[in-house]
Design a protein. Structure first.
Length: 215
């Protein structure tokens, strides 16, 4: 089975993708892992990618596509795969399709973990810690009894700057502009499988398995 996993930051996509890959015994491919492996192995593509990474720039689409094509040509994708974190844009999705067409294969399903904005913002900004004793709290699994107050010492709970709701909203906006259009791209190809991303991780995993009709 050849799958793509889509979902906003905080949708739980990464966790579910790793778990499913193990369950159905296919390769889990995240672009981060692909890049790190290529850099470590010192391949031509790895060296090219490293230049951008060291400069703090985004690695260009063609290098990412070439990295996936290298895996394809080596036969590493023959038993199925889950692409996690790629594609993120329409041009990337088109380039990926062209590459798979050259290889005589394609995507079976694009699994979309569907979580509404309010819940995403709650999840991403729900990471807090105590300004006095540093105890950590997390929405929804581990919330303080009284909002904003540490259970242990009564200290004030604070967020890291990256987790502030305004910053989180901004990350979500970037996702919507760049990545949400590819949901429509896969919907038009009739391969989009939307899965409600609410409830426990086990609930969500069961929905994915049912949706894909795998044991
Ligand atoms: Zn405390």
């Amino acid at each position: 089975m050849n799958l793509i996993f889509l979902g906003a930051p905080g949708s739980g996509k990464g966790t579910q993708a790793v778990r499913l890959a193990e369950q159905i015994d296919v390769l889990h491919l995240s672009t981060g892992d692909l890049l790190r492996a290529a850099v470590k192995q010192g391949t031509d593509l790895g060296r090219k990618a490293e230049k951008f990474m060291k400069a703090g720039e985004l690695v260009p689409d063609d290098i990412l596509i070439d990295l996936i094509e290298e895996k394809q040509n080596a036969g590493d994708l023959n038993s199925g795969f889950i692409l996690d974190g790629f594609p993120r844009t329409i041009p990337q999705a088109e380039a990926l399709d062209a590459m798979f067409e050259r290889a005589g294969t394609g995507i079976d399903k694009a699994v979309l973990l569907d979580v509404d904005d309010e819940e995403i913002i709650k999840r991403l900004s729900g990471r807090m810690y105590c300004s006095e004793c540093q105890a950590g709290y997390n929405y929804p699994a581990n919330m303080p009894k009284v909002e904003g107050v540490c259970d242990r010492c009564g200290g004030k709970l604070v967020r890291r700057p990256d987790d502030e709701p305004e910053v989180v909203k901004n990350r979500l906006d970037v996702y919507k502009k760049q990545t949400q259009p590819i949901e429509d791209y896969y919907r038009k190809q009739s391969v989009l499988l939307p899965i409600p991303g609410v409830g426990t991780p086990d609930d969500i995993f069961d929905r994915i398995r049912k949706g894909l009709d795998v044991a």
